[in-house]
Design a protein around this ligand. Structure first.
Ligand code: SF4
Length: 353
């Protein structure tokens, strides 16, 4: 086996597919094209709210092409991962989005697609012509024992023939050694994900006897060991295991940092975790917020260090700390806010002054 690269978060690989390399940089947009899927995998992490025929670019609902392009620009995406649901239940939509992204951001914008289906050459060749770079097959557990005789073998060969990078992506659970044998025989890469508890699958996982690795992790106990043991005993050269901690701690942080650096206002303080910190002066209404802005300018705060949002004025946290006593009686509330760097992003901490 090739050299195993390991990270402190428990991930390891002998080979990193390009889609994963960009994901590690936080530079991959997740394009969820439909929540519809005809399978019923017990570990499916798709939430109840998303199980409908609707698309999302990262967390942004998609109502037109512009939503996708704006989200990609927002994070300065270098690539896109197309997922679902089952994307190939809406193949024309997938083809349209691939063409859209390639024509807007150029051929170098790397696109990978997940599918639990085993499409025939006709659809594979259309995906390749549209510009799809990488395809990851997600065969259901029921066929893991007989993958060699299944349509997945043909689909993988077809994808490779069309010059796409092809692989298999499944959770690390009992039976993965069979999937690894098949990946070795077909010469495709194998991506394993640490099995995780989510709101959507918690009941099914508990019924099957899976338990949490620890109180501070969503990972399923034993999933990482299973992947490690399998990897150390296989001849497969191209394997990648992605841990739950890595997804949460590294990928999310890198994506937040990318967005924050791209969108931070002059007065936002970007943290190492990719959140932004600023001061907020909550006023009783929009006209009071406007008056507060004028007052702050009178006290020497540069205009570019101020922003108005609804009934509040926002500025640098250190400016607010300096000026708090001077303006306190004109505001209903003064606080320092730390939040995710999106429009109305999740507030991590609110510290009253
Ligand atoms: S194929 Fe994917 S989306 Fe469909 S049920 Fe399985 S895990 Fe969920």
């Amino acid at each position: 086996m090739s050299k195993l690269n390991q990270t402190v978060s428990g991930s390891f690989h002998t080979y990193l597919p390009e889609g994963c390399r960009l994901c590690h940089m936080g530079a991959k947009m997740v394009l969820f094209v439909t929540g519809v899927c005809l399978r019923d995998c017990f570990y499916c992490p798709v939430s109840a709210e998303r199980r409908k025929d609707a698309a999302y670019a990262n967390e942004r609902p998609v109502s037109c092409d512009q939503d996708i392009l704006e989200e990609a620009r927002h994070m300065d995406a270098l690539g896109t991962g197309i997922t679902g649901g089952e994307p190939l239940l809406v193949p024309e939509r997938v083809l349209h989005y691939i063409r859209l992204l390639k024509s807007e951001f150029g051929k170098g914008h790397h696109i990978h697609l997940y599918t639990s289906l085993a499409p025939e050459m006709e659809i594979i060749s259309r995906l390749a012509e549209a510009g799809l770079d990488e395809i990851r097959f997600h065969p259901p557990v029921a066929v893991w024992d007989e993958l060699g005789a299944s349509p997945y073998a043909e689909s993988i060969r077809n994808a490779m023939q069309c010059s796409m990078s092809a692989g298999i992506e499944v959770p690390a659970i009992e039976g993965i050694e069979k999937v690894a044998d098949f990946a070795r025989e077909t010469d495709c890469f194998l991506n394993l994900n640490e099995l995780e508890f989510s709101d959507a699958n918690a009941r099914a996982l508990k019924l099957k006897g899976f338990v949490l690795e620890s109180d501070i992790s969503n990972a399923v106990a034993g999933s990482m060991e299973l992947a490690r043991n399998m990897a150390s005993g296989t001849e497969l050269n191209r394997i990648h295991f992605c841990s739950s901690t890595y997804k949460d701690a590294v990928q999310l942080r890198e994506r937040l940092l990318r967005i924050a650096r791209n969108t931070a206002r002059a007065f936002d303080d970007v943290t190492e975790e990719g959140t932004v910190i600023y001061g907020q002066l909550l006023c009783k209404d929009a006209s009071a917020a406007q008056k507060m802005t004028e007052l702050l300018i009178e006290h020497g705060v540069p205009r570019e260090m101020l922003g108005i949002k609804d009934c509040s004025v926002e500025t640098a946290w250190w400016i607010l700390e300096d000026i708090a006593e001077t303006v306190r009686e004109n505001a209903s509330e003064l606080s320092i806010i730390e939040r995710y760097p999106f429009e109305n992003g999740f507030v991590v901490e609110k510290m009253p002054l």
